[in-house]
Design a protein around this ligand. Structure first.
Ligand code: ADP
Ligand code: MG
Length: 153
């Protein structure tokens, strides 16, 4: 399958989705998170990091642009590009080097680096739906498809 979708009734469900995605991740993958402010992108990332064994805090990288987590399985870089005023800042900040065979990159507001950011392996779209959120997780590469084929709800 190339995409999976569903409903997340509450914050716990968003955290759980993050843990489920963590279980099927592989190093070298880039995951882009789409959705408005407050859609749950950082909450999802918090669940994903927990799923990979991170026990500490997960700060939103709103001001720092990136927070990095060296974990046993791989290093995860969590970006929030909301404050970019130009896609070229991706290069100026040296972020191109963060995408590597032994890292996973998770990017909030990837559209702020449109044309500069490589094609995502996976995208997650989150949207407010009543009291909860709808999600759609989609693969855009062989690596992404391999990950999705291991995804279990
Ligand atoms: P973003 O990073 O997309 O701006 P956040 O992850 O900071 O969004 O989440 C914003 C708010 O949405 C948080 O208060 C969080 O608890 C809440 N939230 C996350 N997932 C859900 C959900 N499935 N249903 C209801 N509220 C949620
Ligand atoms: Mg956020």
């Amino acid at each position: 399958h190339t995409s999976v979708e569903g409903f997340l009734a509450d914050e716990a469900a968003t955290l759980q989705l993050g843990q489920q995605v963590a279980a099927c991740l592989q190093a070298g993958l880039q995951l882009q998170l789409h959705g408005d402010l407050g859609a749950g992108k950082t909450t999802f990332t918090r669940g994903l990091l927990r799923g990979l064994g991170h026990a500490g805090r997960v700060k939103s990288p709103t001001y720092t642009l990136v927070e990095s987590y060296p974990l046993p399985a791989m290093t995860v870089h969590h970006f929030d590009l909301y404050r970019f005023s130009d896609p070229r800042e991706w290069y100026d900040a040296g972020f191109a080097d963060y995408l590597a065979a032994d890292t996973v990159c998770i990017v909030e507001w990837p559209q702020k680096a449109e044309g500069v950011l490589p094609q995502a392996d996976l995208t997650l779209e989150l949207g407010v739906a009543g009291e909860g959120r709808n999600y759609r997780l989609a693969a855009h590469s062989e690596t992404g498809s391999a990950c999705l084929s291991r995804f279990q709800t």
